[in-house]
Design a protein around this ligand. Structure first.
Ligand code: NIG
Ligand code: FE
Length: 413
């Protein structure tokens, strides 16, 4: 199946050589071709360029994109999209004055979602999750990282991994699975956290490794959850089985998780609503990308990640949704791109870089996703008619997407 997209008003994120990350000052640049075409064969971007050079190219399907913008699909590097039910009652409790921590201490929060998931069949969990994903594909997301962490027993965590595996096999979107068994301390282990850590390091990680599904290990490194020593023990056990760390750090408190992540060559450190100079220094010269989650800051009314400090220090930054039932019940990357501009003071170019190529880096797939480059996978967004790409973040809460191409296949919205 070949597709030729012609008369593209602006083709975004075009790189002739295979870039895999964009850092610091370079994030201000978004390479574009005005009045462009793209030619796709099967699942691959074969050629692109100015319309005047398109003569002679023929394809089975031709799409006229007059007045429209084409860009790589969003790469959402941090989601908890596989979950059961919802937590609307906690949402109302928070409106009425309780904090996220108070709700969690009463047995709500992650433990509430774990109870729901443990009592949901694998089939039902798969159906609930794919329904969410289908909606997000229509909003332009073409790659999703998906975490476990609402199981909190060996059995339920493995159930989550099997559901993620099935999604990975059946979806046209690219999926990268992450084991987050260390998301919260289960009720049964409240008085004996070390026994739960032992269960993770000695049982769950080896079993997950045997299933050969997850590539990454995650820990919620936070007061009341897992401290630095716990986190280190879990990362070490994960690394023995070749799970690279991707960790939740600095959401509410600074425990030193960023330096720890860098020490263990984490692919990403995510959240960073709280950040100090030592954290920034630790990231310099590392291969670890910081990831901001503005939807979580919005929904919990907590500080936004100081993106300017990170980018102005020459560091890369990715943005992601953190889609989950407790702190960010939305997987809309268009909103995240807009919030990055409005609340994190990123320019549209920086935000789009953060949501495409850098998001792909934070999933270790940026050699094949996240830019318009010959040989990369054909995962593209074709927008509705727009005056300029800045309209994507400007018109917040709108869906700018008209069509998507996923793995070379066209989907009308
Ligand atoms: O990324 N920080 C920890 N985990 C999720 C929230 C999970 C929940 O409340 O269910 C997050 O914000
Ligand atoms: Fe998260």
């Amino acid at each position: 199946m070949s597709i030729l997209i012609i008369n593209i008003k602006q083709l975004l994120q075009v790189h002739d050589s295979n870039v895999t990350i964009v850092k610091g000052e370079a994030m201000k640049t978004l390479p574009i071709i005005e009045d462009a075409y793209v030619y796709i064969d099967n699942d691959t971007i074969i050629e692109y360029g100015k319309m005047e050079d398109c003569d002679g190219i023929e394809a089975e399907t031709t799409i006229d994109a007059t007045g429209k913008i084409v860009l790589p699909s969003w790469c959402d590097s941090h989601t908890h999209i596989v979950y059961a039910g919802n937590r609307t009652s906690e949402f109302v409790d928070r409106i009425n004055g309780l904090t996220y921590a108070e709700i969690a201490n009463r047995g709500g929060g992650i433990l509430n979602s774990a109870k729901l998931l443990q009592n949901t069949s694998e089939e039902d969990l798969y159906n609930q999750s794919t329904k969410r994903m289908e909606e997000l594909i229509k909003m332009g997301t073409g790659a999703f990282e998906i975490k476990t962490g609402y199981g909190l027993t060996v059995e339920a965590e493995l159930k989550m991994l099997r559901v993620i595996k099935r999604i990975k096999q059946e979806s046209l979107a690219k999926i990268t699975p992450t084991l987050l068994a260390a998301h919260a301390i289960p009720e049964a282990y409240r008085a004996n956290k070390d026994a739960y850590i032992k269960l993770i390091t000695e049982k769950l990680i080896p079993q997950a490794s045997e299933l050969n599904i997850a590539n990454f290990i995650d820990v919620f490194c936070e007061e009341g959850y897992f401290d630095i020593d716990d986190t280190e023990a879990i990362l070490k056990a994960g690394l023995k089985h070749k799970f690279r760390p991707k960790i939740h750090v600095n959401q509410f408190n600074i425990l030193g998780g960023i330096a720890l992540g860098v020490k263990y060559n984490a692919l990403s450190v995510d959240h960073l609503e709280e950040l100090n100079e030592a954290d920034i220094e630790a990231l310099k010269g590392s291969d670890t990308i910081p990831v901001a989650l503005p939807g979580c800051s919005y929904f919990l009314s907590i500080p936004y990640t100081p993106a300017r400090k990170l980018i102005d220090a020459g560091l890369p930054l990715a943005i992601a949704t953190d889609y989950n039932p407790g702190s960010a019940p939305s997987g809309n990357m268009n909103f995240v791109v807009s919030a990055a501009c409005v609340k994190l003071k990123m320019t549209p170019e920086e935000a789009i870089n953060a949501a495409t190529i850098n998001g792909a880096y934070a999933m270790r797939i940026s050699n094949m996703y996240g830019s318009i480059t010959r040989g990369k996978k054909a995962n593209l967004i074709i927008t509705k008619p727009l005056d300029h790409y800045s309209e994507i973040p400007y018109a917040f809460a709108h869906n700018p997407v008209e069509q998507v191409i996923l793995n070379g296949q066209l989907k009308n919205i």
